[in-house]
Write a protein that binds this ligand. Sequence first.
Ligand SMILES: [Zn+2]
Ligand SMILES: [Zn+2]
Length: 269
Amino acid sequence: MGEEMSWGFERGRVYNRRADIHARFGGQQQGGIITPSKHQLVIIITGEEGLAHGYADRLRPDGVFEYFGEGQVGPMTMQRGNAAIVTHSANGASLLLFRKNPNGLRFEDEYIYEAHHIEQAPDRLGNLRDAIVFELRRVAAVVEKIDEMAPTSSDLGELRKRAFAAANATPGKSKSTASVFERSRDVRDYVVARAKGHCEGCSEPAPFLRVNGVPYLEPHHIRRLTDGGPDDPRFVIALCPNCHRRVHSGADGSTYNGKLLASMKAIEA
Ligand SMILES: [Zn+2]
Ligand SMILES: [Zn+2]
């Protein structure tokens, strides 16, 4: 939806870690990965410690942001904050990237985990060790790209199978895992096909057809504050533009979102 804000954070604005993050959400006061236990949120900070050790997070020319995981000494392990990054979409959590600067933490953007790899990088003691490097994509880039991707099938059962596989994929385990774009598309295609041309919020027919003939409905991620990326299809609903704006901009938006969550139990029994 291209909103300027994520979780009340504005892109490009600098925030104070204690007052703006911990006071609102809680979470670990130390380290570069914050996983508040009461919120569907994973906050990662770049520029925290890698530079001191001799490596740095980096933006690849293909738009992937490579982010080094946490772990001060010895091989990084897929636990705690590192594990939270891998599972954020399946858990319905948003992944927000901040950049450390002299005045605080600058909010960069909201990302989606795509994959990770291992590379050698020095630890705090200067010894080379296995470092986990996460490959992240901007949510907005994923949404923009899949908007142009056509559905892969018109068979609802087939689409459903793919959507659930997309939600439960543990990328990084296998090189053959579908890309984050394909997984995001698979979830969207199933949810839109499931709606059979009618908004799953108000039951009205889709207002128009897309150029490719598919009824125009928007996938709304009920558990996340930002749409886009792979997610569990039991928490994604196909909405007409009116209902969708109501959830995000309406005075009763969060109440309406709660109603949608309740109706999902019947839609996706
Ligand atoms: Zn509607
Ligand atoms: Zn939405």
